[in-house]
Design a protein. Structure first.
Lengths: 286, 245, 323
């Protein structure tokens, strides 16, 4: 029984982290039609930035924010300097993000070496809470709360602000959006920076749970792919639901089918492709 | 038995009816003209007949066979072929290669990966014959993108003819052509064997009128008038649509 | 005539390479280039001729490696192992095709990537089956017609024969009715189906064809290293072969071969001096996409033309100045 509870808690935490990873990926994909293959690398880079900030004795939350801001800047620069030049050439954009993924991963290896680095959770969140006799690790609860707050924030941004309305309009019909005077190219920069920032925040937050190591990027990228195929490109609710589905499968799979955990992870994606290629909330097939 | 029989055809795009309860009967060997202003639903009708768009309701019979649910690529094997209004040929290939593709489509040779196409003389000879028919034999080896627009339109028709179809759908074959080029196309159409059924759409009445015995007028997705050339020209609704009376 | 001479000279020098190449190290690099060239040619069937970009071809390549290794390890002969490996590769290609052909363009890239990641995950994690990161070692190379292939020179000649056969089959395939139809589906898929071609099935067969030659390359790779590890299935592997195809240029038969040579040489040279192959790979990717989007072979031609025209115009300017 306790095993199930622990697994459930871990799954929900994982879902929260995955949401931070995949929300940006999905928005970028939905808006710009780029599957950002550097997204896993950005997530890992965020985590490593967290490592460095914490070594400089910065407060954990400040480190999270700094990482997010740093990644936003890097994302914005990538979009402005590289992807912008290749507007409309989907394949070229994919290849550039792939190249960037390799570069970022290797830079991380160069700077932070190949050893896994555990991140410490902030003092105040170490230890556990007890509700109804069940033990909850405080840090994991905090991650879930933060993910929820960010999800609500993103939802608010997309549904209730002018910027969000413009983004949604451009996802639905880029041609129409352009005609109505929305500066789609600026939206691209904003969304790419936002996506990178979310990945960076997710990276740092994942540190105390997953620790940071080379290969984290290659592990995260396929998860983002699966989630977007499950949820539908450009759909925030899709990314949210998909993240938790994958969070559960990931944790339960590792316990019940340790050899096949990775395969089990991909099954829902394959099913979705066969039954509903546009994903749960997507409008068009990929 | 009609060559083409369409009953109760309907199609909507996001709630907007583009084809509204269309019925159409075309006899074997008939030359039928469908006219109507831009946006009347003519090209959509063609796309539904060839299977590129699925209708919401209705049935399509080709020589008595129900083809409504048959996939696009099988319909040309049943003797149905079409041309496109916008050139969708293979611009870097020679005219010969373009026509060869059309011939290949109906030949089981198309699955063969182990013999060079150029070696297959029979396809080449057939393709040259078709090119001769449309008066382009001398340009056989020229890449398509180095030919004039008028010549490309004739290649379009040649690709349709190459398949020796029972019924040809022509999508505005005269559009954008000079008077001289139109004459060439007209002569080409006249030379098509009588047993081949031809359905042609055009938005310009003047150009295509003499082509057909029977004319169908479409407007906002509906068949408005149908009859002989004289009947249609005299019909008040035709005049209303075309002359704004 | 000149072309024929050139081909003969190239062939002669390729065949005699073990004689004049001196060290085994370089002969081995030549073998590697040929193996990768076969793999790149296989991928080019999709990327270049079908307009379908696969970022999961390492999955097909690796399945041939692993199936061959399993069968050999289980005590089967080389003949059975090779046949089994081909059967498995074709089967996996069929699954690849059935799933990925539900989409086009970007979706195709993502699905091929995802499927190959599954295979990688199996190889890496299902230790009982694959021995995980430690991989599988096979004890011996085959001896076709009783010829031992344990020296680099003989193995090179064997690889060369397979490579030349592949080139020949690819060249015929390119011009065959099927090859012409395939390129038709790349350029005008809608027109092709209206003409009566089954576009889906044509693409599906192209994936099987490409998969088969990926399997050929995979088996050669297995016999070359006599070892297989999950790395053969990794995204890095898929990315490298894609880089070969794209850097060489997808239009010609020679492009992927040149690309393979280039990447293998750079990789070997680079690894002699620095450890940062991944970074270099990334930089090359970005640079090629930005500066030579049509590939190296056409790109270099363009560059030469540009330089020549500049020289000519400068020459002309000097002349007119002088007069």
């Amino acid at each position: 029984m306790t095993l199930y509870i622990i697994l459930t808690i871990n799954s929900i935490t994982m879902g929260g982290l995955l949401f931070l990873l995949s929300a940006g990926f999905s928005l970028i994909f939905g808006l710009m039609r780029i599957p950002n293959l550097a997204h896993g690398a950005l997530f890992m880079l965020g985590a490593y930035f967290g490592v460095t900030f914490l070594r400089m004795e910065v407060n954990f939350w400040i480190a999270v924010i700094f990482s997010g801001v740093a990644l936003a800047i890097i994302g914005g620069v990538i979009e402005r300097l590289l992807l912008r030049r290749l507007a409309g050439q989907e394949l070229a954009q994919v290849l550039v993000t792939l190249g960037l993924a390799f570069i970022i991963a290797d830079v991380c290896l160069l700077i932070w070496t190949g050893d896994p680095i555990p991140l410490n959770a902030p003092e105040s969140l170490r230890g556990v809470e007890r509700f109804f006799g069940i033990v909850f690790p405080r840090y994991r609860l905090a991650v879930v709360v933060i993910a929820l707050i960010l999800a609500i924030g993103l939802w608010f941004l997309l549904e209730r602000t002018r910027l969000g309305a413009m983004i949604r309009a451009s996802v639905d019909d880029p041609e129409m959006a352009r005609v109505t005077g929305i500066r789609v190219s600026r939206l691209f920069t904003i969304v790419f920076a936002l996506g990178a920032a979310l990945a960076g925040v997710g990276g740092v937050l994942s540190g105390p749970i997953l620790s940071v190591y080379p290969g984290l990027d290659a592990e995260m990228l396929p998860l983002a792919l699966i989630i977007v195929i499950l949820g539908g490109a450009g759909s925030l609710p899709g990314a949210f639901l998909g993240s938790f589905v994958i969070g559960f499968i990931y944790n339960f799979g590792q316990v019940f089918f340790p050899d096949l955990a990775y395969v089990v992870l991909f099954l829902p994606m394959l099913l979705m492709l066969v039954l509903r290629p546009q994903g749960l909330f997507g409008k068009d097939p990929l | 038995m009609s060559a083409l029989e369409i009953v109760g055809l309907n199609k909507s795009f996001s709630g907007f009816r583009v084809i509204n309860d269309v019925n159409l009967f075309v006899e074997v060997g008939e030359r039928r003209l469908i006219i109507g202003p831009n946006g009347a639903g003519k090209t959509t009708l063609f796309n539904i007949i060839t299977g590129e768009i699925q209708p919401d309701a209705g049935t399509i019979l080709l020589n008595g066979q129900n083809i409504t649910n048959i996939p696009v690529q099988k319909r040309s094997h049943l003797g149905l072929t079409r041309t496109y209004q916008i050139i969708t040929l293979f611009p870097n290939d020679s005219l010969l290669k373009n026509i060869s593709l059309s011939l290949l489509a109906l030949s089981s040779l198309r699955w063969s990966p182990f013999v060079a196409l150029d070696v297959r003389n029979d396809i080449k000879l057939q393709a040259l014959e078709v090119l001769d028919q449309v008066g382009l034999k001398r340009l056989a080896d020229r890449p398509l993108n180095q030919t004039s627009y008028g010549e490309q339109r004739r290649v379009e028709i040649a690709m349709a003819l190459a398949q020796r179809p029972k019924i040809i759908l022509l999508d505005e074959p005269f559009a954008g052509l000079s008077i001289e080029e139109r004459t060439q196309i007209r002569e080409l159409l006249v030379s098509i064997p009588e047993e081949v059924t031809i359905v042609m759409i055009d938005h310009d009445m003047e150009v295509a009128l003499e082509f057909a015995e029977k004319i169908t007028v479409m407007h906002f997705g509906e068949v408005v008038v149908e009859g002989s050339r004289a009947e249609v020209v005299e019909h008040p609704k035709t005049r209303e649509i075309y002359l704004g009376e | 005539m000149r072309e024929r001479c050139l081909i003969i000279v190239t062939l002669m020098s390729l065949v005699s390479l073990p004689l004049w190449m001196g060290s085994d190290y370089y002969i081995n690099i030549a073998s590697q280039i040929l193996i990768w060239a076969i793999f790149a040619l296989a991928l080019n069937v999709l990327v270049g001729w079908s307009g379908l970009v696969s970022l999961g071809h390492a999955g097909l390549f690796g399945m041939a490696c692993y199936t061959g290794a399993w069968l050999l390890e289980a005590g089967w002969g080389h003949f059975t192992a090779v046949l089994g490996a081909f059967a498995m590769t074709i089967l996996v290609s069929a699954i690849f095709g059935a799933l990925s052909l539900r989409t086009r363009g970007i979706g195709f890239i993502m699905i091929t990537l995802a499927i190959s990641q599954i295979l990688w995950g199996i190889a890496y994690r299902w230790i009982g089956l694959t021995n995980g990161d430690n991989g599988i070692i096979i004890s011996a190379r085959p001896t076709p017609f009783g010829i031992e292939m344990d020296t680099p020179g003989v193995f090179y000649i064997f690889t060369l024969i397979v490579f030349l056969l592949t080139m020949l089959i690819m060249a015929i395939f390119y011009q065959s009715p099927f090859g012409v139809s395939l390129r038709g589906t790349r350029d005008q898929s809608r027109r092709m189906s209206a003409l009566g071609f089954n576009v889906w099935l044509i693409r599906f067969f192209a994936i099987l064809f490409s998969g088969f030659f990926s399997g050929v390359a995979g088996l050669l790779f297995l016999y070359y290293h006599q070892y297989v590890s999950p790395h053969v299935l990794s995204l890095l592997n898929s990315a490298e072969v894609l880089l070969m195809v794209i850097s060489g240029g997808t239009g010609t038969l020679l492009g992927p071969v040149v690309g393979a040579g280039l990447v293998v040489v750079i990789k070997n040279v680079a690894s002699a001096y620095i450890e940062r192959w991944n970074m270099l790979l990334g930089v090359i990717f970005v640079a090629i996409v930005i500066f030579m989007p049509e590939g190296l072979v056409p790109g270099t031609q363009r560059l030469f033309r540009w330089v020549f025209s500049r020289i000519k115009s400068i020459g002309a300017a000097i002349k007119s100045e002088a007069s």
